[in-house]
Design a protein around this ligand. Structure first.
Ligand code: URA
Length: 204
């Protein structure tokens, strides 16, 4: 086995152990009830990690982050930035789908509560320590404020390097779900997402 393959396997073992601990955590059980956990995925040797808010219905069904409509748009942005999923690690702050009763007896997504974010933050920090990337890209204000521990205004702070926990270099940018809606500056903001991803990959 090559050296990188050995390192990847060692990290996968650590990430599997982390997943087991999250599954067994009483604090996590108290907030997720019986919702399925969706863990991060991608390349465990990645130098760029993307952090989203929480899985949605598609992610819950498939058990993988960013596989729904927002994930497809993210794939487009990654491709334009010269990145592929195989190069990066993608995860979420909250690792289950926060939902509430919606129309027709179906459940609909809701933003994670402060308590849910607080419960999951130490696990996210451990995940980042295992991957130890050169840069972390927070997709949207929820992920950014959870990681940085303060309110973040993406339009003001995107595109600038910020100091994250444990010495991580953090960029904040738009959440792809936000860019699914049509609005006047949508194309310009999509381009900014691409630019931010490119900047993160260059620092790696
Ligand atoms: N939105 C997120 O923040 N994360 C996902 O995994 C999917 C959509």
């Amino acid at each position: 086995m090559t050296e990188p393959a050995k390192r990847a396997e060692a990290r996968r073992t650590e990430l599997d152990e982390l997943a087991r601990e999250i599954e067994g955590s009483p604090e996590v059980s108290a907030v997720r009830h019986d919702a399925r956990l969706v863990f991060g995925g991608g390349n465990p040797l990645a130098s760029v990690v993307l952090v989203g808010e929480a899985p949605g219905a598609d992610e819950e069904k498939q058990g993988r982050p960013f596989v729904g409509r927002a994930g497809k748009l993210l794939d487009e942005a990654l491709e334009q930035a010269g990145l592929a999923r195989a190069d990066i690690w993608i995860t979420n702050v909250v690792k289950f789908r926060p939902s509430e009763p919606g129309a027709n007896g179906r459940r609909r997504n809701r933003p994670p509560t402060g308590e849910e974010r607080t419960v999951f933050r130490p696990w996210l920090e451990r995940e980042l320590r295992i991957i130890s990337p050169d840069s972390v890209v927070c997709l949207g204000a929820t992920a950014a404020s959870a990681l940085l521990g303060r309110a973040v205004k993406i339009t003001k702070e995107r595109g600038h390097w910020l100091e994250g926990p444990a010495g991580t270099q953090v960029l904040t940018t738009y959440h792809p779900a936000y860019l699914l809606r049509p609005f006047r500056d949508r194309d310009e903001r999509f381009q900014q997402l691409v630019d931010d991803l490119r900047l993160a990959s260059r620092s790696a």
